[in-house]
Design a protein around this ligand. Sequence first.
Ligand SMILES: C[S@@+](CC[C@H](N)C(=O)[O-])C[C@H]1O[C@@H](n2cnc3c(N)ncnc32)[C@H](O)[C@@H]1O
Length: 404
Amino acid sequence: MQNLPGTSQLSKINSQVLDPRIPNLSNLDTGRGMMAISDIEAGEVIVSVPRKFLITNDSLTKIYGSQHALGPHQLLALHLVLVSRDKQSWWKPYMDLLPIHFNTMPVKYTKVLVDHLPTALKEQVLQQKENIELDYLNCIKFLKTRNETMIREEYEWAWLCVNTRCIHMTKMDGTVKGGNIALAPMLDFLNHTSEAKIESGFNVRNQCFEIKTLTPYSKGEQVYINYGPHDNLAILKEYGFVLSQNSYNFVLLDKEVWNLYSEIESKQESRILTVLYRYAGDYSIKADEISFRLMAALRLLALNGTTEPGFDRRVMDWHDVVMGQTDLISTDNERKALIMLQDICKKVSKQAKNEIDILSTITETHPEAEFHPFALYFLRQIWNESNDIIEQTLVYLSDKLSRL
Ligand SMILES: C[S@@+](CC[C@H](N)C(=O)[O-])C[C@H]1O[C@@H](n2cnc3c(N)ncnc32)[C@H](O)[C@@H]1O
């Protein structure tokens, strides 16, 4: 990949092409990326894109006017579709460098793989698909006013370009918070690691969008930015890849905990849910952590029956633990809560192992199915990571129970 002449003021980073057709499933396969061409110190600005090269909502309003109901993501995607049709466009060198497919993103998976996405991810992916469709229909309405049209595939490609490459415009001096999304050519060739520490924003003094690295790099190393504190499920959904090591990974156990609630609450009135109120949902485990909310919910579920005498007293004890005034409600309650979690983990581990087995033979059981090899690799990794977290939690639980 060549630097786009004049589109950025890159000083010490250059770009490198890795052929996307050659499957290389190693940690380093990030597609195209930026490389340090000399040592870079912490605190240096690594990329600086002048305002006139940013594709922002403001710049698009100058082209398309403001008499439309399109949001920034919708309009940026529509703009990419229209510009990609213009073979004489000044932006052609940039357009030619945009990805040609997004087949590693779950939203593009065929049913054979979608059926094996973790439930929470599957729901989010279906929602993303619906968002793309709604945005497409809105843009079609707008195009009709200009006697133009476009096909779904064109728009989906452009929508995903924006999703995976946009920046959030905030001023570097912090005067404007929230900001807006925009495309910043060249800067969007920087890949992600969770180790990278950066500061970014629009510098009002020089009218450039800048990224400053707080991590030093040596000549020849790939330079990274940080897309945010995302676990691999979120990275896969939004960007179509996974990190080989990701300390943000977690397993969500909401469905399993709600099942326990419904078993209890179907027999009695919903007193537990009333008590739970601020701790409802978001029950997760990480490799070395059981979330506070999850333990709070399980301890409540482990209180003896809501209709049995003394329930209100026991709920007060539960409140004391939640407020950090005491560690345990009682040894019996703690044991019950941990055993509940152990049962949940065993069930979820069985499901994860089953998915890993199915995915390991899916190319033989579904020879007709078409999918990108990375898509299958990423999906297997997601399940393996979940299983590792669950197994580590099971080891922790059995140790903890043996010492209670
Ligand atoms: C902003 S673009 C970065 C440039 C991109 N590599 C390219 O070739 O155009 C974001 C995309 O880069 C890829 N990517 C970024 N960081 C990555 C990483 N650590 N590992 C693998 N792919 C990565 C993903 O495909 C993601 O959707």
